[in-house]
Ligand binder design. Structure first.
Ligand code: TEU
Length: 557
């Protein structure tokens, strides 16, 4: 199998282009802004850029509602700008993967405009149309973004399916013409020089054909109808067909975003012998702090549950398949606020979260600003928010009579906008992101959390990420070594070893603000362990008490 696949030792950096760098002063990030900042990425040492959508879109879900798959939204620039970005990355030895959003299109895509116009449209069956049931939607499925997953369209009086907003109609992958169009889009970008794709909710493209009612009345949240609306019976078939049509024979990285996927399924999807995808984004570790009321009703996270979840994935894909590794992306709150401590121990906890993740087996993903230890926005007023998921939730929760202060607390903690405030380049107004008015407010903490300050501070989170990324290149044990959990029941220490041909890498991380003693035999770290990360008086004591949020990595060969 492809044990030497280049993406097994690669680190991917996700750019959310609206918020990365504004090159033309319209308050909105763009491709020319990204090109200005390629040296930041090169200094960090990342190998791949994953670009969130930059295609023409009416912007109902920040570009995850695409109306033209073979062009660039004018706010981001032109296809010529895209070519310059690709050239700039390739010249620095970096690769570029695009975001392939093909579970649904925008309702302004010509296919849907045609499809909704008449029952006889040649594109009618590009989407899911069903008559209502007693004046109500065809089944009880809910949208991930609140409300029903079906909207009645006046023109033909039928309902169409949308697992996200009603402006994101689901494509009907049962229709081979749809699948062929998707294959063609993928080939078009690869032929233009893209190096692969992140594939948006790609496990949603196969649904149970009969579309039966879910087991309980649903009003939103994809977990509530997952039995029938995702991970359907033809998913492996559709992924293998796409791989055969567009990826086979090319040296590409494909990562399938799969909310709700389990370890066994992921092993099948990522086993190279099956020819589907290189790796998947799974969601178990980022769903653990969702409370009974869903993601906006967060509960404190017990580290033991997080360790059990990630260890299950490390061990589950140890022999077959491959993991992606992430704490952050444009849909998740900032990890240092969510899992770490964005107050007194911000720098130490950001470093420890990074150490814990980057020494694991799999391909790590760094989300823009994570390398600076950027934190949640803590916006208190709903007027500061832009995300449709957040705004829908706020409206529905208030309509349901929930207490606004409690709703706003859940939003402040979990909203996707926490990850979408502008990248903080320096301490100047708008953090050097734009000379105009930013589309979303810049986090006031940019005066001390910014790339310029980080580059100048050898103890910054940024330089810590650089070192972790460099270690992955230097030590094969990090890419290929086995994974063995240590102290799984310890409430505040995350520890494990990696081993390869006699080399032992030991990771021990204190995920708390207390000084912690651990009871481990120093021999676990192997003979004569040398510190790679973190320093303390006596290398012979790799398990000496850990200071608040301190992490250490030792290597013994
Ligand atoms: O996200 C899939 C998805 O379900 C996420 O929206 C996430 O699980 C949810 O926000 C948690 O509440 C992908 C994209 O990453 C996201 O930005 C899009 O909004 C969504 O699909 C629809 O394209």
């Amino acid at each position: 199998p492809n044990d030497d696949a280049w993406w097994k030792s690669a680190v991917v950096y996700q750019i959310y282009p609206s918020s990365f760098k504004d090159g033309d002063g319209d308050g909105f990030g763009d491709l020319s802004g990204i090109i200005e900042k390629l040296d930041h990425l090169h200094t960090l040492g990342v190998d791949v850029v994953w670009l969130s959508p930059v295609y023409p879109s009416p912007w109902d879900d920040n570009g995850y509602d695409i109306s033209d798959y073979r062009d660039i939204h004018p706010r981001f620039g032109t296809l010529d700008d895209w070519d310059r970005l690709r050239e700039g990355l390739h010249a620095r030895g970096m690769r570029l993967i695009m975001d392939l959003v093909v579970n649904h299109t925008s309702d302004e895509h010509p296919w849907f405009v045609g499809s909704r116009s008449s029952k006889d449209s040649p594109h009618r069956d590009f989407y899911f149309w069903r008559p209502g049931r007693d004046g109500a939607p065809p089944n009880n499925w809910g949208s991930v973004f609140s409300g029903p997953a079906w909207t009645r369209d006046e023109t033909t009086g039928e309902y169409f399916l949308h697992l996200f907003t009603r402006r994101q109609p689901d494509l009907n992958w049962e229709n081979p013409r749809v699948r062929r169009e998707v294959h063609d889009i993928a080939r078009w970008w690869l032929d233009r020089g893209a190096d692969g794709f992140r594939m948006d909710v790609i496990n949603f493209v196969s649904k149970t054909p009969e579309m039966p009612d879910g087991p309980s009345p649903v009003d939103g949240g994809y977990g509530l109808f997952a039995e029938y609306s995702i991970n359907g019976p033809r998913l492996h078939e559709f992924l293998r067909e796409l791989h055969e049509a567009a990826f086979a024979g090319r040296d590409v990285l494909t990562v399938g975003e799969m909310p709700g996927v389990g370890v066994e399924q992921a092993r099948e999807h990522t086993d190279p012998a099956n020819g589907e995808v290189s790796m998947v984004f799974q969601f178990e570790h980022v769903d653990l702090d969702h409370g009974p009321g869903g993601k906006f009703d967060p509960v404190p996270l017990d580290l033991r549950r997080l360790k059990a979840s990630l260890d299950r994935w490390q061990l589950g894909l140890a022999e077959r398949g491959w993991n992606s590794l992430y704490w952050n992306n444009h849909d998740q709150p900032r990890a240092v606020s969510r899992f770490g401590d964005d107050g007194e121990h911000r720098v130490a906890s950001a470093k420890t979260l990074a150490t814990t993740l980057h020494m694991m087996k799999g391909t790590p993903y760094v989300y823009q600003g994570e390398e600076l230890g950027m934190a949640n926005a803590h916006f208190a007023d709903i007027s500061a928010y832009r995300d449709v998921e957040t705004l829908n939730h706020h409206r529905e929760a208030l309509a349901a009579g929930h207490d606004e202060a409690r709703v706003m607390a859940g939003i402040a903690r979990m909203s996707r906008d926490n990850a979408r405030t502008p990248m903080q380049w320096d301490a100047s107004p708008h953090a050097g992101f734009t000379t105009g008015t930013p589309w979303i407010a810049v986090n006031p903490d940019h005066t001390e959390i910014n790339a310029e300050a980080a580059l100048a501070d050898p103890d910054s989170v940024f330089h810590h990420y650089r070192r972790l990324i460099a270690l992955r290149k230097e030590h094969p044990v990090i890419v290929h070594g086995t994974y063995t959990p240590l102290l799984p029941d310890h409430p505040s220490v995350y520890a494990y070893t990696r081993a390869l041909d006699g080399t032992v890498l030991t990771v021990i991380a204190n995920w708390s603000a207390d000084t912690v003693e651990v009871d481990l035999d120093p021999a676990v770290a192997g003979p004569a362990p040398e510190p790679l990360i973190g320093t303390h008086p006596d290398p012979e004591e790799p398990f000496a008490p850990l200071r608040p949020w301190e992490s250490r990595v030792h290597l013994s060969r």
